[in-house]
Design a protein around this ligand. Sequence first.
Ligand SMILES: C[S@@+](CC[C@H](N)C(=O)[O-])C[C@H]1O[C@@H](n2cnc3c(N)ncnc32)[C@H](O)[C@@H]1O
Length: 253
Amino acid sequence: MASNYARVFQNTDAVEKYEHVTYAPGSYASSINARQRAYLRDLVRRAFPARPPVQHDFACGTGRAIRSLHGLVRAAHGYDTSVDMLAKAAELGTQATLHPIPADGPPPLPASAEQPALVTMFRLLLNVDPAVRDRALTFATRALPDADAGLLVLENHGNARSLRHLRARRHRGSRWFAELSHQELDRLLHQHGFEIIERRGFTMLTQGWYERRGLRPIARSVDAAARLLPGTDDYAVNVVYVAQRIAQLRSWQ
Ligand SMILES: C[S@@+](CC[C@H](N)C(=O)[O-])C[C@H]1O[C@@H](n2cnc3c(N)ncnc32)[C@H](O)[C@@H]1O
């Protein structure tokens, strides 16, 4: 799936679809993005009160996570395998240095070693194979060599423990339907010397609820109510994890 997945975004039709269909105003993805944007801005203010971080957005695509943090970071770097996605990011006014990177081979190095750093990785890990996940997290370890260096923020848009799991049987055998559990993510992060320090859910419902006109207001109310209840992130379809390097890292690395 890895190189196939990188190839999916290497044409302008896929990029236009991502921007104008997936992220069309009012769409499922846009509603989630608006909530994530508010959360990310609050997180950065809370986590970096003294000095704004340098953002490294791995698989930045059209620059969504970078634009969410405009004004709150000292500098931003976006890395992606698709020059078409990077061109769209620039066209959308993403204020960052954009770096084309290869899909495989040695993991790319962060463009700056300045600290604190904030590594963001949105909508990538779910759909790629273990080698790409390792490569992405190795990149994160280089930007975040120890617990004081900053934070890693990851999005899982297919939590295996959510309502979306009901679709898994229909998609069995399809290489394009993936799921990722909290436990798998936790394990993967631990393997790379990270621990999760915060977790937040952004929707309890699947895309269909937001696409059917009559259901959309109900979907919005359910998601608004869910955000107020503790523990709902366990079952959310879309989850964001905040991680930092494990403090004792230096002694066992
Ligand atoms: C679904 S898009 C997400 C873009 C952006 N992070 C967002 O959340 O809107 C996935 C992105 O991952 C990039 N990608 C795919 N394979 C990659 C790889 N091996 N290394 C880095 N980026 C990759 C694609 O080019 C695409 O821009």
